[in-house]
Design a protein around this ligand. Structure first.
Ligand SMILES: Cc1cc2nc3c(=O)[nH]c(=O)nc-3n(C[C@H](O)[C@H](O)[C@H](O)COP(=O)(O)OP(=O)(O)OC[C@H]3O[C@@H](n4cnc5c(N)ncnc54)[C@H](O)[C@@H]3O)c2cc1C
Length: 428
């Protein structure tokens, strides 16, 4: 199996600028632990860190390299809340439950800042805000409704609406206006993930890389088996996200992996004119464009999605038109890095956090997992220690499985997505 080494992460800006990090040995032979964690992204590492801080003996097994899944290749955008907007949360779950879910999601922000500070993680943190640009005039009415809900129901005062002129001062592309969250920002996600791994090891976690779990034997306790070894434990956490395959049908049936692609330009002398606010930016397209500046003044631009597992043959050629449509002033600029990764999307766009007996899991952040994954990992560690109230909030809104089972979920989903993508093209 080709564990998290595909989709050109070797060609990513993040690998080229990664902080030095140790290699962890393969798992060889059988060992015992209280908890075995499958997956070395932010969900798994945060769960391992928080469980070890509670005194558990934790072994984390990663099929490829730590951080080389979505956690180390994403847009680095710190976006507060859940992928499902506040007004929609209220519509589906009522004011009280929606508020509790939003508060929990907001905690992801405070938790991440605390983790970065407590463990001195050097990850280019910028607290410069998150701007959502309106690509059609109709989006502004949705922004008004969302802002009203955020202010009155969620008691969240950090969001405001920008006019088209104000938005243009923040980012040099024409939007009809924007919704701006002053608490958003961006990070270097691979360096954040590697920092989390360092913190986990310091707390006592044992990490094994290049050790894909092939089978979870649950006949007597839990035994996570790799080709060369196994871990026996009381509990397991499945944190394999979009790359988890043939381990647990319940878990895998709730998410759809979707390819998302990013390019990094050469360093731009005019970077401060492109995004004067240095905010992290996304837009209202269904197939969203998302972008920001790096610490060394490159534009990191994500755009276009593919609903087949294979990457486009030419990632730069795939993303460049989206970038140049947004910033015609950057037409023809050199692209130094191009890569992609798999986002895991759920039917409700809410994360799938839960348990199947002694096996706990969290995934399906639907493109908004930079902060939520660290929070979800902490909630899993809490639940295993018997503190289930906050975990139960997410467990209570578990998304439905994709219709059609494993054979049909792909084709049916693709049809739906293509319809939305076509609608996008009619905007503006
Ligand atoms: C291109 C891209 C851009 C994104 N941009 C943003 C963004 O800007 N903002 C945002 O909030 N979110 C973004 N996301 C989403 C975010 O990156 C993810 O939600 C988050 O990183 C998920 O973390 P994770 O730890 O659950 O999964 P991952 O980081 O994918 O980690 C899972 C790990 O499990 C391992 N694994 C899987 N199966 C096994 C097995 N059987 N045995 C051993 N190991 C296994 C994998 O190798 C992998 O390392 C983006 C995602 C992508 C792909």
């Amino acid at each position: 199996m080709n564990f998290n080494s595909g989709l050109d992460i070797e060609r990513s800006y993040y690998v080229a600028t990664a902080n030095p990090a140790p290699c962890h040995p393969r798992l060889v032979g059988e060992i015992d632990a209280d908890l075995v964690v499958v997956g070395g992204g932010c969900t798994g590492l945060s769960a391992a860190l928080h469980a070890a801080e509670r005194g558990l003996k934790v072994v984390l097994i990663e099929g490829g390299r730590v951080g080389w899944g979505a956690s180390g290749r994403n847009g680095g955008q710190m976006i507060i809340g859940l992928c499902k907007g506040a007004a929609e949360l209220v519509k589906f779950y009522g004011r009280e439950r929606a508020r509790a879910l939003f508060d929990l999601a907001f905690e992801a922000w405070t938790l991440m800042l605390d983790v970065i500070q407590r463990h001195a993680i050097n990850c280019d943190l910028k607290k410069t805000g998150h701007l959502i640009g309106a690509v059609s005039a109709g989006d502004m009415a949705c922004f008004e409704r969302e802002l009203d809900c955020l202010t009155t129901v969620m008691n969240y005062p950090h969001m405001r609406i920008l006019s088209a002129a104000e938005a243009r001062l923040a980012v040099d592309t024409p939007y009809h206006g924007a919704l701006f969250d002053a608490l958003g920002g961006h990070i270097h996600p691979l360096n954040y993930t590697l920092g989390l791994a360092r913190a986990a090891v310091a707390a006592g976690v044992t990490i094994h890389e290049n050790s894909a779990v092939r089978r979870l034997d649950r006949r007597s306790g839990i035994k996570a088996e790799t080709v060369l070894g196994a871990v026996r434990a009381r509990n397991a956490i499945l944190a394999g996200h979009a790359l988890l395959k043939d381990i647990n049908t319940r878990v895998e049936s709730r998410i759809m992996p979707i390819g998302s692609y990013i390019v990094a330009t050469e360093p731009l002398a005019e970077a401060a004119a492109v995004i004067p606010s240095n905010a992290t930016v996304s837009d209202t397209r269904f197939v969203v464009n998302y972008y920001r500046l790096s610490a060394d003044r490159r534009l990191l631009f994500g755009g276009g999605e593919r609903y087949t597992p294979s990457p486009p043959p030419d990632i730069e050629g795939f993303v460049r038109p989206h970038m140049e449509r947004t910033f015609p002033q950057l037409k023809g600029r050199r692209i130094d890095y191009a890569w992609g990764g798999l986002v895991s999307v759920t039917t409700s766009r809410l994360p799938d956090v839960g348990r199947d007996g002694d096996v706990y899991f969290a995934h399906g952040y639907s493109g908004q997992g930079v902060m939520l994954s660290t929070l979800a990992g902490k909630l899993l560690a809490e639940a295993i220690a018997g503190e289930t109230a906050r975990f139960a909030l997410f467990e209570g809104v578990n998304p439905m499985r994709f219709p059609g089972g494993s054979a049909l979920r792909g084709p049916l989903y693709v049809l739906g997505m293509l319809w939305y993508a076509m609608r996008d093209r009619l905007k503006r």
